[in-house]
Design a protein around this ligand. Structure first.
Ligand code: NDP
Length: 309
């Protein structure tokens, strides 16, 4: 039986681990399919305090992990697929069927990129055929090729602008005729010669499933119902994020999108805390995630102490 289990190794989970380890709580941290979280898919992080000249996202996570381990944090691979948080002992079922029990739990599982969910998109995603949600990770594969970005928010603008470093043409496919993105980001994208917005359009199909690689997209104009094919070799989804809360559905309070509802990191179940993007759809910054990780660890410490009163 563990004192404290922390789920997630992004800035929230690792900061919680650092504080908990220094408080002698001997935390066990599980990292899932995206070790390090979203920071590992970025390059330069210039807005994390303490790094005057910036720091690479993966390096920042690496430093945080080592710092937490220095005080006795244990990091293991383990994806939680089910949970039973109803009793005083919280039970977590891992993907391999193993059940882990703990007295307190910090959920810092973050949020993952969303996809449209089209059959063709999912098939090409599963074979690594040119469907991605991370320009920083995959952009360099598309030197002098045409690519598309789906979405109209800040992420879509950022991805599109980044992709112009490599691609010859970047189509932004957006379902309306106005971007949701901040004006500064939208203007920057629209001023870029390589970027071409495709307004009022939705993707009907990603081609070519039979070939196992992206060769183009079929888009439909939602105002005229006309369809047309655009040749692209890369497809980047940028339609927002989904919080990773599925294993806790029906037990923890969530908003309509699935973000955990937490008050000073405390969820509706005593002893269960939430930190980072899994409970924050507003700020979504490494530094705010780290801050809430610290808060969650302090709350967990208080909770564990209260059990001995
Ligand atoms: P957003 O929710 O802001 O935008 C998602 C975009 O995807 C919208 O344009 C939306 O269209 C479109 N979309 C959603 N679902 C579908 C669908 N099923 N089919 C077609 N299009 C769809 O998400 P972001 O990830 O862009 O941003 C999230 C937050 O993070 C925002 O607050 C943003 O400002 C912030 N952020 C800030 C950055 C920065 O400042 N550098 C960088 C990245 C993000 P519609 O507009 O019609 O709803």
């Amino acid at each position: 039986m563990e004192n404290l289990i922390i789920l997630g190794t992004g800035p929230a989970g690792l900061t919680a681990a650092l504080y908990a380890a220094r408080a002698n709580l001997e935390p066990l941290v599980y990292e899932g399919n995206e070790p390090g979280g979203q920071l590992t898919t970025t390059t330069d992080v210039e807005n994390y305090p303490g790094f005057e000249s910036g720091v690479m996202g993966p390096d920042l996570v690496d430093i945080m992990r080592k710092q937490a381990q220095r005080f006795g944090t244990r990091c293991e691979y383990g994806k939680v697929v089910e949970s039973d948080l109803s009793g005083e002992v919280k039970k977590l079922t891992l993907e391999n069927g193993e059940v882990k029990a703990c007295t307190s739990l910090i959920i810092a599982t973050g949020a993952s990129a969303k996809y449209l969910g089209l059959e063709s998109e999912q098939k090409l995603l599963s074979v690594g055929g040119g469907v991605s949600a991370c320009a920083v990770c995959d952009g360099a594969f598309y030197k002098d090729m045409a690519v598309c970005v789906i979405g109209g928010g800040d992420t879509a603008m950022e991805e599109a602008i980044f992709l112009t470093k490599y691609a010859s043409r970047v189509y932004i496919i957006h379902r309306r005729e106005e971007f949701r993105a901040s004006k500064i980001m939208a203007d920057r994208a629209l001023k870029n010669d390589k970027i071409e917005p495709v307004w009022n359009s939705v993707i009907e199909e990603v081609m070519d499933v039979d070939k196992g690689v992206v060769t183009g997209i079929r888009v439909k104009n939602v105002q005229t119902d006309e369809t047309r094919d655009i040749a692209v070799e890369g497809y980047f989804s940028a339609i927002g994020h989904k919080p990773n809360t599925d294993p806790f559905k029906g037990q923890l309070d969530m908003d309509t999108v699935g973000y955990l509802v937490a008050n000073h990191t405390k969820t509706n179940i005593p002893g269960v805390f939430a930190a980072g993007d899994v409970q924050d759809s507003v700020y979504r910054q490494a530094v705010t995630a780290a801050g809430s990780g610290c808060m969650a660890a302090l709350e967990a410490e208080k909770y564990l102490e209260s059990l001995h009163d």
